[in-house]
Design a protein around this ligand. Structure first.
Ligand code: 4AD
Length: 569
């Protein structure tokens, strides 16, 4: 029989086989695994294999006995653990079996429970109440089950103990199941906390819709580590989370605060169509569709329709979805977004900016004055402070100067708009000059440095839409009465302008932009039948919310965000 090989430096007791190609590392292990063999050993590859000395063999024998002892011990431990596990399983099964015999009955001698939503429980403390909701959190501890119940109005800690916690439903309850609980609402004991400051001591409850456990359990489908694309596919489940639902609650409060503010400023809400046959913000971002055999688009902005409402309703606003076929995968672009737009008659450009500043600050004040929305802002954006007035007003030309003074450059582009790269493949960065679009990156740097809301105004006509009123011509550029409001962390949240009021000037603008005037007859008519100086704005609701709630992306601020390639769920 071939001797068992041991190499004390290169061998391995884990993977070795005792052969010259795969020697063991220790003589003890060689003895342990081949008690009947003969052995050769070397210190390392520089030495030769030799028979071990008697004393080495004696020492190794002791080592082998030790290994055997250890193995036996481990075997015993594994056996004991398996037995304990089996016993625990049996106990659990028995408990489960027994639990089926426990049938909860609502005690008719107790006072009738008042049905209530979680958000309205405070006045019902000490009373018996009935609440329905989803199991948001679940923990059992020494025969007591703690549930945090969620019903969209708030969270409620429920305590199940005694028989109530021993039913089959209690032992098999899963996260996200729907349940109805009845019991007495108690203020939490001193030194303990619970949402709302109270907890429900449950005396009767039932499962309304059990969610699956095991493989298909909620936390297996979605958790904090889930890939972003999975999170996007499971947006309907993401919405159940505390941050997503708080963001949507704040969005709702924001929209109603805006409505109250705008109504207080005598603007009337209108609801313009989404299906349109005119463009507002340039053909490149239009979603085209077949409309009974005719070309039509999803609206980019309701501005043109709002303008037609001025002679009828006076100043108006709308909260409408706008659509942009932009191939932008940035954190502030959506393909569909909620667009809050206003239009005001008989105003000047300065009055337009004053109005915008008032509407934004008063809306923020409303939210901070309301305890519910103030709490949501605090939860999502603890450091939020209402912006100071007046907002900084910086002309486009001064902004270009400012960017150059702060060494903020932009990527150079060739005549076709392609980024020019250097030999290493990095984009060539160049200084800004009048006529350049201020790109997102530069705009973001600027707002982050200024750290306050900024009106950028007076953009060159070539960068802006056809309908904008001209301000002045200088140095080969025509500037417009246009403004963007930039917010720290997000950048542009509002785009507004004064509109061309003169019919001939508007007709010339269509021509310059290569737009066929015919489909715009109704828009042109506004200049024909009693024109007026007027202006308006569009505010991206998701961008505003991203600023207010300090969200990383507008995708978090939309119920079901749409971006290039994504229209599900
Ligand atoms: O600057 P924009 O394109 O202006 C208009 O549409 C005007 N017709 C509005 C008007 O004067 N009535 O868009 C206005 C705002 C932007 O400032 C931005 O907040 C938002 O709409 N917005 C977007 N939000 C999310 N995703 C997009 N792709 C957006 N495009 C514009």
């Amino acid at each position: 029989m071939a001797p068992i090989h041991v190499d004390e430096s290169a061998g391995s007791d884990e993977t070795g086989k005792g052969t010259p190609e795969a020697p063991y590392q220790t003589l003890a292990f060689a003895l342990y695994s081949h008690p009947e063999g003969s052995y050769v050993i070397r210190k390392d590859a520089s030495g030769t294999y030799e028979e071990p000395t008697q004393s080495a063999l004696k020492k190794a024998k002791k080592g082998a006995d030790g290994i055997e002892k250890k193995r036996k011990k481990a075997e015993e431990l594994a056996e004991r653990e398996a037995k304990e596990k089996a016993e625990a399983r049996e106990r659990k099964e028995k408990k489960l079996e027994e639990s089926k015999k426990i049938v909860l009955q609502e005690d008719p001698s107790l006072p009738a429970a008042v049905k209530a939503k979680i958000g309205n429980l405070t006045p019902l403390r000490t009373k018996r109440v009935k609440v329905s909701g989803w199991v948001h959190r679940l923990r059992d501890q020494k025969e007591i089950i703690f549930i945090v119940l969620r019903d969209g109005t708030g969270y409620l800690q429920c305590i199940l103990s005694g028989q109530v916690a021993q039913t089959y439903e209690a032992l098999t309850l899963t996260l996200e199941s729907t349940i109805e609980v009845a019991g007495t609402l108690k203020v939490v004991p001193e030194g303990q906390t619970a949402p709302g400051g109270h907890e429900l001591v449950v005396d009767y409850w039932r499962v309304l819709g059990a969610a699956p456990g095991g493989e298909d359990a909620f936390t297996n489908r979605l958790n904090e580590k889930s890939d972003p694309s999975i999170q996007a596919d499971l947006r309907h489940l993401v919405l159940r989370g505390e941050t997503a639902s708080a963001t949507l609650k704040l969005r709702s409060a924001l929209l109603s605060a805006f409505r109250s503010t705008l109504t207080a400023h005598d603007l009337t809400e209108v609801t313009p169509p989404c299906l349109v046959q005119t463009q507002v913000e340039g053909g490149a971002t239009l979603f085209k569709l077949d409309y009974y055999g005719q070309p039509a688009f999803l609206t980019q902005s309701s501005q043109l329709y709002l303008e037609t409402c001025l002679p009828s309703l006076g100043d108006v606003f709308c909260v409408q979805e706008s659509f942009r076929a932009e191939n932008s995968h940035t954190r502030r672009h959506l393909s569909e977004y909620t667009h809050l737009e206003g239009e005001l008659a008989f105003i000047t450009f300065d009055e337009l900016m004053d109005h915008l500043e008032s509407v934004i600050c008063e809306t923020v004040d409303r939210l901070l004055q309301d305890p519910t929305s103030a709490a949501l802002i605090k939860q999502l954006n603890p450091g939020f402070e209402a912006p100071a007035r007046p907002f900084l007003r910086l002309s486009y030309v001064d902004a270009i100067k400012w960017l150059n003074e702060h060494d903020i450059k932009h990527e150079a582009e060739d005549a076709d708009g392609n980024v020019i790269k250097d030999e290493q493949g990095n984009p060539v960065m160049v200084e800004h000059k009048v006529g350049d679009d201020i790109a997102e990156a530069a705009e973001r740097k600027m707002t982050d440095i200024l750290a306050r809301p900024v009106f950028l105004y007076g953009f060159p006509a070539e960068l802006k839409a056809f309908y904008m009123k001209k301000m002045k011509s200088e140095g080969g550029h025509t500037f417009t009465e246009s403004c963007d409001l930039l917010m720290p962390g997000v950048g542009e949240i509002v785009g507004g302008s004064m509109r061309i009021a003169d019919e001939q000037e508007l007709l010339a603008a269509y021509k310059r932009e290569g737009i066929d005037a015919a489909p715009y007859y109704w828009f042109t008519d506004q200049r024909k039948y009693g024109t007026c100086e007027h202006g308006g704005y569009g505010l991206g609701v998701e961008r505003f919310l991203a600023w207010l709630a300090k969200r990383y992306t507008v995708r978090e601020c939309s119920l079901y965000p749409r971006w290039p390639g994504r229209a599900t769920p």
